[in-house]
Design a protein around this ligand. Sequence first.
Ligand code: GDP
Ligand code: IMO
Ligand code: MG
Length: 433
Amino acid sequence: MNTLAIIGAQWGDEGKGKITDYLAKQADYVVRYQGGNNAGHTIKFGGKTHALHLVPSGIFQADTKNILANGMVIDPVALCDELALIESHGFSTDTLHLSDRAHIVMPYHRSLDGMYESFKKEKVGTTAKGIGPAYSDKTLRRSVRVHTYIDETRLRLHLKENLPHVNALLKQHGFKSYDVETLIEESRPGRERLKSYVSDTSLILNEALNEHRTVLFEGAQGTMLCMDHGTYPFVTASSPTAAGIPLGAGVPPRSINRVLGIVKAYTTRVGGGPFPTEIEGDTANTIRKRGNEYGTTTGRPRRIGWLDAVQLKHSCRVNGFTGIALTLFDVLSSLDSLKIATAYSLDGKTIRSMPADPADLARVIPIYETLPGFKDDISKVRSFSDLPKDAKTYIEKIEALLDVPVQIFSVGPSREETVVRANPYKTGGDGND
Ligand code: GDP
Ligand code: IMO
Ligand code: MG
């Protein structure tokens, strides 16, 4: 089977969009399977930069089909705006399929997102897109799915039954409430626009798998933002790991045979929560500036830190990476030395795995291995052998620490600034072919 999963190995923004776009030319399908427009995936080619939030990063390939699968939460207004923007740049959106079973982010979910944040002493720092409340309504079995949303009669019935509970909660805490008919009226253009994209995407994908088509699964967020394996409660409301794919796309678990972990050459995090290798000061500012580390979705400055092998091993474990794509490698050039955390110290004890309690994770002291930096600009490098010696050493150190091959490294935001050492579709792990 020819499938590949693209998974964020850290706290999101690892360059999943760039790598997905690069690998999409070999894919018949690109599939988003979780999250919503909290994601911001940046793609650069032909001198233009595109920011995608909901639409899969295969949309710029004429022959690749793009699937918004059942595990996603869809804000219809945001999706319509994104489709219009893509079309205004001259790309067709006819290759898109939207699952009839995906869940809808309603306008009141954004209000609830703000409300729940206001209750918290230590803020999650959500993207305020309504993602957590939309997934909560899914769990509470009172969410609107796409098939209901596009049917006005059923949507009205649904809202009449469920909106009073949402309104009661909002009113109790001083937030504005919503009216059924206004919601119906305001959603009409979006409902009409999206109808033509709606399909049973699990059927489409299973048929594609049976025909041995190449399918690329594009994770959003990152492993450390996973509800189960991340730094709970400072996480998103979905499962961005490889384990989320079968559930979120309606494909058999055995269809995921290779998993490419996207690893930023350092670490960033946006929003609240523990971050053991976080640094501040000159080095952090240099990295933030060179890496343009400001959120694609919210514009917030990203927190910066050194690479963390304890955290990455945790990611390798829960995802079973068969390869790594190392991104933003060029950003590290010019630094005198580079640090990688290889263990933590907690209350005087050396530990090699991440404590569950965020308060403990916030207290750990990283134990670093220091490597020499590389001075040369590597953005023009197009093969491993052309890298400066100390840059090679950094890659080899990561491979040794994680026991996973670095199959791709990226030396700039553009498509052509990508170096493939081994084809991630065809190599790494046992592949189960
Ligand atoms: P995603 O959410 O994982 O898709 O990542 P984002 O797009 O939010 O953030 C990654 C940022 O790094 C974007 O601005 C990309 O254009 C940029 N980027 C990706 N790869 C590279 C790289 O190798 N070098 C540099 N300098 N920038 C990169
Ligand atoms: P991509 O796909 C980085 C973070 C938010 C916040 C937490 C919960 O671009 O890598 P949410 O709105 O999801 O309830 O916020 O998760 N977060 C991301 N951080 N990249 C993302 O997506 C993120 N999506 C959510 O900042 O800390
Ligand atoms: Mg992003």
